[in-house]
Design a protein around this ligand. Structure first.
Ligand code: BGC
Length: 780
């Protein structure tokens, strides 16, 4: 549970110039005049108190507490407090679970109670939001899928669609209409504690996944969201994943090129796909806290993209403008800065004094009434689009599939596509009667398979709620027979300590058990964590775990290394000891069953690494590093060279079959900015089993006025092929995608040669005319 910061319910509770630029971008969601008229009617009746109250979001746990129910402590919402806080402070939104996941029945009661008093006092239901990040995090008995990093590894947007649809359905089954998801922070720094919440390091993978998920969560018509869909909050806008220190919520220093070409890309895709809300990056970019940036919030998002959605802060982040970022002198100053920058709703979890302070600011003229009306209009628009004014609460009878076998089958299938085979000297697939020594701290618990945002914030203390699902040990007993599986962990996580605390059991028992096994499966990695508590001091896999693997390798029995964790912990000294390596990332409740299926060949591996897996701590790189980051030896007096040294590259992953690429074709050899390059390639399954191949299309700009990236992923697709089968995979690549942000800050596509690459095949194409876009900052 997040620590309770301050509760000030006893205290008196609770200007931006109109856009002058011409709108250049068509609205991502068509304006519905009926909705706008309905907003006008509601707004005209609202007092300033009503309006500032709508702009506040409070945390649920300030409104309830633990009581004894049948002799055991149970959390309950305090109806009197709910009534009072809504009546007095007109609060428009609530969030979060009280420490841990609740049942759908509890959620319906609680959110129903918020709705009841909101309608009674304000005439408008509440907007309840939950961090349902890989399934229904906070709803017991629902479906928990693999984490988004595994989805990135699957390179399969169809799975993204299925996962988001199920999560929307099950969220609504618990009366929750709003999820704080998808996350597209770009996992480009392996040290950061949240890279597993996004789809990995490629802007294009994140963009395709987020646009698919936004549509799947929200349904086909974002103006009229039905009872099986929810509003999304795409987060954390933007460049949150680039902390210079590697530590959560610390500053990013980024070039304009990195900002616009990479970090902004998936958010632009999300806005264009119709995402109804965005949540803001807690940290700063080049010294500017994003919560204080008029340029990023209002100009880029609301004006340049002509986006009519709602912007919510992250956790207490207006307060952080004065307590941490020091760009405001006190809370009132912080509110002034943030609301004028473009924030519409403040997630101020434990305090209602936002309302009174914002009211004062309006009365003093420091925040214009037009800014308040704009913010409230955006909030009401979300509530109306969700249909909450007509039907605030759901009917449980409409959700018979909650937690069903049908959804479980989807989660298992997805997990099979989200685990990456990185090495196989031929030991895999295993025979089903293989005798296995199962070892390592990740071998027998659910927590590490799910990661953070799983029943609880840190994913800890969940074993009881995840009891019905299989740990790796349990899945192996099912697959190989309990008599064939010996569990000797050697190292365990200390469940009472920090996520990185370990208990060494003595390796002796594990080493002794190896003599009775055909193969050792060492399950190593990390325990679950999330956000700042997941900060890290050393990216190398823990010494205990590496020593365990070394001791076991000395027995001479083959070792299969199973890596389970949210970020790529360095394994350079133990990888050579392994006959096979599988990175299962964070595969969720069905991840162990998926692993067992994959290891014996009941399912085939098809995932590829969604991020670059580093080999050395001083050689961190992304797949699209600049060409000059890798140079050969120069010779002469300055014997300079630089190497990009990786454990495994982005996009790497093996299968039980092999694929051959041929006939890479582009329909034109020269092009200009308005053209579309139609690219196709034939992919053949040349092995003896069925398999899926993710086909990745890269481009390289050979000479440019700014140092070019060595390659950039432009598009991807996944195909299933029977043995011997060939399929043609086609991509329509707008030539404008090959542009970059030039030294003057304008998008430019420069004359010259480009290489397109799929598999090992390349085609050269030539741009015959330079084009510069003179449109606002972020657009082209
Ligand atoms: C996290 C967000 C989350 C919010 C609400 C914050 O601490 O950064 O990702 O949505 O809390 O729980």
């Amino acid at each position: 549970m997040k620590p309770i910061r301050i509760l000030l319910l006893a205290l008196p509770i609770l200007a931006v110039a109109a856009c002058s630029k011409p709108q250049t971008h068509s609205p991502s969601i068509p304006k519905d005049p009926d909705i706008e008229r309905q907003i006008d009617r509601i707004l005209s009746k609202m007092t300033l108190d009503d309006k500032v109250g709508q702009m506040l979001q409070l945390n649920i746990d300030v409104l309830g507490g633990y009581t004894l129910v049948n002799g055991s402590p149970a959390w309950a919402l305090n109806e009197e407090k709910v009534d009072t806080v809504i009546a007095n402070y007109r609060v428009g939104s609530f969030l979060n679970a009280p420490g841990r996941a609740a049942t759908p029945e509890q959620w319906r009661d609680w959110i129903g109670m918020f709705n009841k008093y909101s309608v009674e006092h304000l005439g408008v239901p509440t907007l309840y939001g939950l961090d349902h990040n890989h399934g229904v995090t906070y709803s017991q008995g629902g479906t928990l899928f693999m984490q988004p990093i595994n989805l990135g590894a699957s390179f399969n947007v169809e799975l993204a669609r299925e996962m988001a649809e199920v999560t929307a359905y099950e969220s609504r089954a618990g009366n929750c209409p709003w999820v704080f998801n998808p996350v597209v922070d770009l996992g480009r720094d392996p040290r950061w504690s949240r890279i597993w919440e996004s789809f990995g390091e490629s802007p294009v993978v994140n963009a395709r996944m987020v646009e698919t998920e936004v549509k799947a969560y929200q349904g086909d018509d974002p103006n009229h969201i039905d009872k099986y869909h929810v509003a999304t909050s795409v987060k954390h806008y933007f460049a949150y994943g680039a902390p210079f220190t590697g530590k959560d919520r610390t500053p990013a220093y980024l070039s304009p090129q990195m900002i616009r070409e990479k970090y902004f890309t998936p958010f632009k895709a999300a806005a264009e796909a119709g995402a109804l809300t965005f949540m803001v990056n807690s940290a700063s970019i080049n010294g500017m806290p994003v919560h204080a940036s008029y340029e990023y919030l209002t100009q880029w998002l609301k004006e340049d993209l002509n986006w009519d959605g709602m912007i919510i802060t992250d956790w207490a982040d207006i307060n952080n403008l004065y307590t941490r970022e020091k760009v405001a002198k006190d809370k009132k100053d912080a509110i002034r800065i943030a609301i004028n920058a473009g924030i519409d709703m403040s997630m101020d979890p434990y305090s209602v004094d936002f309302c009174g302070l914002l009211k004062e600011l309006v009365e003093e003229g420091a925040v214009k009434m037009s800014r308040i009306d704009d913010a409230v209009r955006r909030i009401l628009r979300v509530k109306i689009r969700l249909g909450l004014l007509d039907t605030p609460d759901v009917d449980p009878a409409d959700y018979p599939l909650y937690g069903s076998d049908e959804f479980a089958a989807k989660a298992l299938h997805a997990a099979e596509e989200g685990e990456v085979l990185l090495k196989n000297d031929g030991i895999l697939p295993l025979a089903k009667n293989a005798r296995i020594l199962l070892t390592g701290p990740n071998a027998n618990q659910m927590r590490c398979l799910n990661g953070g945002w799983s029943y609880t914030w840190q994913g800890s203390g969940i074993e009881e709620m995840a009891e019905k699902y299989n740990t790796i040990y349990e899945a192996f007993c099912d697959k190989f027979g309990a008599a064939n599986v010996t569990l000797e962990q050697g190292v365990r996580y200390n469940e009472r300590g920090s996520y990185y605390d370990e208990i060494v059991d003595g390796f002796g028992k594990a080493v002794a058990a190896a003599s009775r096994a055909d193969v050792i499966v060492a399950c190593v990695g990390e325990n679950s964590y999330c956000e700042t508590p997941g900060n890290l001091t050393d990216l190398t896999l823990s010494e205990n775990q590496r020593e365990l693997v070394k001791a076991l390798a000395k027995t001479g029995k083959p070792v299969i290394l199973v890596i389970n964790g949210g970020r790529p912990r360095l394994v350079a000294d133990i990888e050579p000891l392994a006959s096979a390596v599988v990175d299962i990332l964070l595969p969720g409740n069905y991840g162990a069953d998926a692993l067992a299926n994959l290891l014996v060949g009941d399912a085939n591996f098809s995932a590829k690494l969604p991020y670059t897996y580093p080999r050395e701590i001083n050689s961190l790189a992304n797949y699209d590093y600049k060409v000059s980051e890798e140079v050969g030896t120069m010779g002469g007096a300055y014997d300079y060279d630089a190497k990009v040294s990786l454990q495994w590259p982005f996009g790497y992953g093996l299968s039980y079959t092999t694929f051959e690429y041929s006939n890479l074709k582009v329909d034109r050899t020269s092009f200009t900015a308005g053209d579309v390059l139609n690219v196709s390639v034939d992919v053949k399954n040349t092995g003896s089993v069925k398999g899926k191949e993710a086909v990745l299309l890269y481009s390289s700009d050979l000479v440019a006025s700014l140092v070019p990236d060595n390659r950039v992923l432009r598009a991807f697709d996944k195909v299933e092929l029977a043995p011997g089968e060939t399929k043609t995979v086609s991509f329509a690549l707008p030539a404008s995608d090959l542009a970059f942000v030039g030294a003057d800050g304008k998008w430019v596509l420069e004359e010259g040669d480009f290489i397109l690459k799929a598999g090992q095949l390349t085609q050269q194409v030539t741009c015959t005319a330079t084009k510069k876009w003179d449109t606002p900052n972020i657009l082209k």
